[in-house]
Write a protein that binds this ligand. Structure first.
Ligand code: NAD
Ligand code: 89V
Length: 344
């Protein structure tokens, strides 16, 4: 297989996972990196043996010599960097949250489409092993037609030590974490017609909301609840597990803490351990997320080589991003929000 050469922009906290994963993806490798912080550039360049180092993304694009770019910066720079990639006809991966606003996100998708440039959002949670297993069971028809679900992420984990910027934004849990949980809800239950939400801030040391409860009406007629919290003190810390309850016309699925998958159908109940693999460079409890980083990057390399659309393309991610915007709108107004209208 011909090797795809990539460049990575943003050598921060999470990029370390992406760099490790690129080393494991057959058919792809990182040949250039960029960060405006010289210390981060040095740390990541030395750790992964990358010679080509840039402090300015425009200079890196001008030099070229890569087949795709992996944008691992925080949201403020996403639009400018995606537009730069499109202008240079370089296929791009962009970290979540994809953009600051839905209007920006729509514009980024349009720009890439007009340039004929593939665009994938690094929305990795749906690639987690337990989520993939739930999807497989559902698609096999064991529980019949799903009519109700709950997607729950409740934790007291200190995310602020690794990602201090999360304590500083006006928006926190829906934009940063709920975006993943909402994406999983869409992935499992299909697209959403309308949404209502309530939010709270429990931790007085942060600016944004750290608790959110959302009610989703899916196009299929099913209902789901997406609830997320970083203010939940539990006997065994579940970070970063998403727990799922799913009821169908013939049975049910329960994905519970400890990666326990219970499936009840007409033939009875099965219980399976769906724990993620602990990759050689991974560490608990992050290994679930780290394995999904490898999976999404492998998917990108495969899709780019095959010329096929990615599961979390920019166009797909607009529908997840709209749920984030709808949740904030609904929490502010107390009203149910028409998600389909936001996407028109
Ligand atoms: P970070 O602040 O640790 O790292 C970002 C890096 O980008 C910094 O080193 C900064 O100097 C650099 N940077 C910013 N703008 C730049 C620009 N224009 N040009 C060059 N360098 C630039 O942030 P992080 O915690 O690594 O998060 C990065 C992104 O990853 C965020 O969008 C975050 O939401 C996302 N994230 C995703 C997951 C996941 O599971 N998908 C997990 C954690 C973080
Ligand atoms: O996925 C994320 O963006 C991370 C975390 C999982 C810690 O919320 O911020």
């Amino acid at each position: 297989m011909a090797e795809l050469n990539g460049a990575l922009i943003g050598c921060g906290f999470f990029a370390i996972n992406q760099m490790h994963a690129w080393q494991d993806v057959p058919g792809a490798r990182i040949v250039a990196i960029c960060d405006r912080d010289p210390e981060r550039l040095r740390i990541v360049g030395d750790q992964f043996g990358i010679e080509r180092r840039y402090s300015d993304a425009a200079a890196m694009f001008a030099d070229g010599g890569f087949d795709f770019v992996d944008i691992a910066t925080t949201v403020q720079s996403h639009r400018a960097l995606v537009e730069m990639a499109a202008a240079h006809k370089v296929p791009a991966i962009c970290q979540k949250p994809f953009a600051k606003t839905l209007d920006d996100a729509k514009s980024m998708v349009k720009t890439c489409a007009e340039a004929g440039v593939p665009l994938m959002v690094h929305e990795n949670f749906r690639w987690q092993t337990p989520i993939q297993e739930v999807k497989k069971v559902l698609e096999a028809g064991v529980i019949g037609e799903p009519f109700w679900a709950r997607f729950s992420f409740r934790s007291g984990y200190d995310v602020f030590s690794g990602q201090p910027y999360l304590a500083e934004g006006e928006r926190f849990i829906i934009e940063d974490l709920g975006i993943h949980t909402l994406d999983i809800a869409r992935y499992i239950m299909g697209d959403v017609r309308q949404l209502s939400a309530r939010t709270k801030r429990v931790n007085p040391k942060i600016k944004g909301e750290d608790v959110a409860t959302m009610l989703l009406d899916h196009e299929s007629g099913a209902t789901s609840i997406v609830d997320v919290s970083y203010a939940s003190k539990l006997s065994t810390e579940p970070f970063p597990e998403t727990l799922i309850e799913l009821d169908g016309t013939k049975g049910s699925i329960r994905l519970s803490q400890g990666y326990r998958l219970e499936v009840t159908g007409p033939e009875g109940t099965t219980v399976t351990d769906v724990s993620p693999k602990l990759l050689s460079w991974a560490s608990r409890p992050w290994h679930n997320i780290q394995e999904s980083v490898f999976a999404i990057q492998q998917h990108w390399a495969d899709s780019l080589a095959a010329g096929s659309e990615t599961s979390t393309s920019g166009a797909d991610n607009l529908k997840t991003f709209a749920l984030v915007e709808a949740a904030y709108d609904s929490a502010a107004s107390g009203q149910t929000v028409d998600v389909e209208a936001m996407l028109r």
